[in-house]
Design a protein around this ligand. Structure first.
Ligand SMILES: [Zn+2]
Length: 457
């Protein structure tokens, strides 16, 4: 090929790709719902909110008792703002009514149960009617499409299948979208890689920490994922930083897209990142989103950071009124470049439950991650160890060096990391740089914190 031809070819190729990207931008799984805004959306929300409150009031004794105590009946809610006068629902309410006490439908009419493994006490159990499952699949299809998946794609689903909502949630969403789903679940990473390459997956779904594990095993096995058909990573179910996004995009050769959900609300499919990568669209035709001050319970104005509170609008079997998620975020309103109007949740990088308090400083594991990932010589594998020294809590950060780094340099790298953790997060921590492979790898949800403090008796 002559140089002229080559340059022409490159231009054409570039244009074709550009046109493809523009066309891809305009794809919505449910255009009408996803681009709904203003009065039309508010009207739909109010109508659905009233119906949902009526469902909860008539069929769930706990919600009825709390509404009666507040002297509010469902028909008294005439504006969306009235939501603020309703009670909160907390995670322990699910535990206190274990297993079926908050269901608004008889158990024998449900098609599925999921449960989250609580670290303490009983799991939280959630149930789905036929209509709930239909909605969930459609919301998941929307979520996948919002992140860049398309009908006809091969979607490699490495979220765990089972009681955890991630695996089956993604699975039925992918089918609903019209994609070919490969139901891998987690683990057996070498085998995953063979099928990922052979089946030509364009989309990978898993936790970000497991995606990193996949990238590492691929590099070890001499498989170049950047030469695979993989283009999109739909990563969620654990908080992750922008630094981790860059790392995953670089190593997997994908656009790494976040999504958000929790089993108490529906599972994944509550909010999804679009190609703007500037917040996650919360699907407002099915859920109402508020941010509150976690101390006072008062609603905060848009743009202020606080605890995310979600009310379900269409859930039949397990309606949720003002569920306190313990996740920290802020809400951004207004039309997004992708054409959707649904409110954006700033990328959630912290959960109240994960927050460590080290000598009075609040620390989220993802803040430490943001400092470590991408630092010269450090690998993105880390764990935080919390210990009691005398009467003080102490934080030790264990992080691996990249392969090929001389161990004689570990100490200097650790010193540098201590300095950056102190100046960027504001906490004094010891940092131990460890040999490659020293820390456990994620098979699903990563264990970021080892708490060695004596348990309170
Ligand atoms: Zn958008």
């Amino acid at each position: 090929m002559t140089a002229v031809l080559q340059s022409r070819y490159a231009k054409l190729h570039h244009r074709a790709r550009g046109a493809g990207a523009a066309a891809a931008k305009k794809y919505y799984f449910d255009r009408k719902a996803e681009t709904m805004s203003g009065d039309a959306l508010s009207r739909l929300q109010l109508q659905r909110l009233r119906a949902s409150l009526k469902n909860a009031y008539e069929h769930v004794p706990m919600h009825r008792a709390r509404m009666k105590a507040a002297r509010i009946r469902p028909q008294d809610v005439r504006r969306l703002e009235d939501l603020a006068s309703l009670h909160f629902t907390l995670k322990h309410d699910l535990r206190d009514h274990y297993p079926f006490g908050l269901l608004a439908r008889p158990r024998e009419t449900l098609l599925r149960l999921h449960a989250s493994s609580g670290t303490t006490g009983k799991p939280t159990v959630v149930g789905y009617s036929a209509r709930d499952l239909e909605h969930w699949s459609a919301l998941m299809a929307r979520t996948l499409a919002c992140g860049g998946a398309r009908p006809g794609d091969v979607i490699h689903n490495a979220y765990g299948y089972g009681l955890f909502t991630g695996g089956l949630g993604m699975h039925y969403g992918a089918e609903r979208l019209g994609a070919t789903v490969v139901p891998m679940s987690g683990g057996a990473t070498e085998r995953q890689l063979v099928l990922l390459m052979d089946f030509g997956a364009r989309v990978l779904c898993c936790t970000p920490s497991y995606a990193l594990n996949i990238a590492e095993v691929a590099e070890r096995e001499g498989i170049d994922l950047k030469k695979s058909k993989l283009e999109v990573g739909i990563f969620g179910a654990e908080p992750w930083s922008e630094a981790m996004r860059r790392e995953l995009e670089l190593r997997l050769g994908v656009r790494a897209m976040d999504n958000y959900g929790l089993s108490e609300i529906i599972g994944p499919g509550v909010a999804a990142e679009c190609e703007a990568q500037d917040g996650l669209h919360g699907w407002e035709d099915h859920f109402l989103f508020e941010v509150i001050d976690p101390e006072t319970g008062k609603r905060l104005p848009d743009g202020e950071a606080g605890e995310l509170v979600i009310t379900t609008l269409t859930k039949e079997a397990l309606p949720m009124i003002r569920y306190r998620t313990r996740d920290i975020t802020r809400l951004v309103r207004g039309r997004c470049g992708c054409g959707r109007h649904h409110v954006r949740l700033q990328k959630i990088t912290g959960r109240n439950d994960d927050m460590l308090i080290i000598r009075g400083v609040n620390v989220y594991p993802s803040q430490i991650e943001a400092v470590l990932v991408g630092r010269p010589g450090l690998a993105p594998h880390y764990q935080l160890v919390v210990e009691r020294r005398g009467s003080m809590d102490h934080l030790r950060v264990e992080v691996e060096a990249q392969p090929g780094i001389d161990a004689a340099k570990y100490e200097a790298m650790a010193k540098d990391a201590v300095h950056h953790v102190k100046s960027l997060v504001g906490v004094t921590a010891d940092v131990a740089v460890m040999a490659p492979g020293a820390l456990p790898r994620s098979q699903g949800k990563a264990v970021r914190v080892r708490d060695l403090r004596p348990k309170a008796s």
